[in-house]
Design a protein. Structure first.
Length: 163
């Protein structure tokens, strides 16, 4: 599998993955947050599939693709869970008190009630990071789960962080 990243000045970034079965999947992330996915079959010039997603739709799809969302749950329980739980992508700024501390040292769950379920660092996703081993760095994107109030508490505690 080959992966390419290309800057698109004034537009955003393009990521292309050569698919194992032939052809390519291209993702364009616009500066506006909109995402476009193109699938080009082997030996074709034009895409056979084009999908346009909002930023929120792309985040949901990302969780599904990463396998972090699906766990079999009874439908009535799932409805209750989805009403209460929120996930947010939060970028860590250089002045955040979290920088260069492990998740455990920061006592995030104790102080805010929220949980870090993944960290995106330099284009790689670390799912379910070990709290005692995983250090938070500037520009990490933390995937944080909790209630709306817990996420608000997390942003207040994080200080130099943006959702």
């Amino acid at each position: 599998m080959q992966f390419r990243e290309t800057d698109l000045p004034g537009v955003g970034k393009r990521y292309t993955i050569e698919l194992e079965g032939g052809g390519e999947l291209t993702l364009i992330i616009h500066n506006t947050g909109r995402r476009e996915i193109y699938i080009v079959e082997e030996e074709e010039e034009e895409p056979t599939c084009v999908i346009s997603l909002t930023e929120d739709e792309a985040k949901e799809l990302g969780f599904l693709l990463a396998g972090t969302v699906y766990q079999p749950v009874a439908p009535e329980k799932m409805e209750l869970i989805m009403k209460e739980m929120v996930m947010e992508w939060i970028r860590v700024g250089k002045f955040s008190p979290l920088v260069k501390k492990t998740i455990a040292e920061s006592q995030i769950r104790k102080r805010t009630g929220a949980s870090i379920v993944a960290i995106i660092r330099e284009g790689n996703m670390l799912v379910n990071p070990d709290p005692s081993e995983t250090q938070i760095l500037t520009d990490d994107i933390l995937v944080v789960a909790g209630t709306r109030q817990q996420l608000k508490n997390f942003l207040e505690y994080c200080k130099d962080c943006t959702a």
